[in-house]
Ligand binder design. Structure first.
Ligand SMILES: [Zn+2]
Length: 96
């Protein structure tokens, strides 16, 4: 699914904006803040087990995974290791 289709999804604008920020790697995760010279700890504030990045939040963070697992099960997606684009595809199919 092309990223531009995000804007056509029937979800609240803040969700669309968030998805776009994630896909474009513009979410202000700690690795990006540090790259910009900000003096912040690199460690994920949610799980404290690894450095915070978009990849960490969506593939590895145990806190985010626990939070999201119930929704993925509801959608019939058995593993957390799916890309956001796969989730967007699912949302698009749900709408049609
Ligand atoms: Zn984490």
């Amino acid at each position: 699914m092309p990223v531009s289709k995000i804007w056509k999804l029937k979800v609240p604008p803040k969700v669309k904006t968030y998805m776009w920020l994630v896909i474009k790697e513009r979410l202000q995760t700690r690795n990006i803040m540090r790259r910009k010279g900000m003096d912040v700890s690199p460690v994920c504030v949610l799980c404290s087990s690894d450095d915070e990045s978009v990849a960490h939040l969506y593939l590895q963070c145990s806190f985010v995974r626990e939070l999201a697992d119930y929704k993925l099960k509801e959608w019939g997606i058995s593993t957390w290791h799916v890309s956001l684009l796969a989730l967007l595809d699912h949302l698009e199919k749900e709408e049609s």
